[in-house]
Design a protein around this ligand. Structure first.
Ligand SMILES: C[S@@+](CC[C@H](N)C(=O)[O-])C[C@H]1O[C@@H](n2cnc3c(N)ncnc32)[C@H](O)[C@@H]1O
Length: 205
């Protein structure tokens, strides 16, 4: 990783992903998490304040060392044990069926091979375990999609490989998840090309 990706991008993400509008979405997506949880793309721990007390432990997977450092105060403020346990969502260092639930917030856009990451999540979830997700991706409207395709190369360059055009629901179902709750909407305060969100819960068979 270069200087930009290592030293600057995690700070930008820490601020850009910590909007007032994102907080109710984080609360909603964390609702119902319990037991042993794996969070991929932990970033700077912006979900920590929304972890329900029913969580017994979080295994955090995040490649950026600086993200982990920026999470320090949030980590100190929670009584839930959070352990940095992996660096890459595409290759999770856990046995099959280890977790009750998984969490991914605005992360599937940035993982190079999202299908592999979802297959890994499915593998490490217990049967019937749930993935709680809020992700931005391909917009429902053709006009917005055109802009997403135009801006995708720039977004990837500036935002650490973030893709604007990933079909989140299709990726989840292709990976064998069964979606039990889904809300699709444009995020308030974000441009439509960046804020076409899917928020929900999907079960590993
Ligand atoms: C847009 S940020 C979202 C951070 C955090 N989930 C949040 O909601 O604030 C995307 C995160 O995915 C992480 N990431 C990138 N590649 C990854 C990979 N292969 N495995 C796990 N996380 C990855 C980035 O370092 C970054 O922290």
């Amino acid at each position: 990783m270069g200087l930009y990706a290592e030293q600057l991008l995690p700070r930008i993400i820490d601020v850009a992903c910590n909007t007032r509008e994102s907080k109710p979405l984080r609360r909603r997506v964390c609702d119902g998490l319990h037991g042993e949880v794996v969070e991929i793309g932990f970033g700077s721990g912006l979900n920590i304040p929304f972890y329900p007390a029913a969580i017994t432990r979080v295994a955090a997977v995040e490649p950026a060392d600086l993200g982990w450092k920026l999470a320090r105060e949030r980590l100190a403020a929670t009584s839930i044990p959070v352990v940095r346990s992996g660096l890459d969502g595409q290759s999770l260092p856990f046995p099959d069926g280890s977790f009750d639930a998984a969490l991914s917030t605005w992360t599937l856009c940035s993982i190079p091979d999202a299908a592999t990451a979802l297959a890994e999540l499915r593998r490490v979830l217990k049967p019937g375990g749930t993935l709680h997700f809020v992700e931005h991706g391909l917009a429902p409207d053709e006009g917005v999609r055109r802009w997403q395709h135009r801006l995708d190369p720039l977004q990837k360059l500036l935002a650490g490989g973030c893709h604007l055009t990933r079909p989140i629901v299709q990726l989840l179902t292709d990976a064998g998840f069964t979606i039990s709750e889904l809300d699709a909407f444009y995020e308030k305060g974000a441009p439509k090309f960046l804020g076409a969100d899917s928020l929900g819960v999907a079960a590993a068979a």
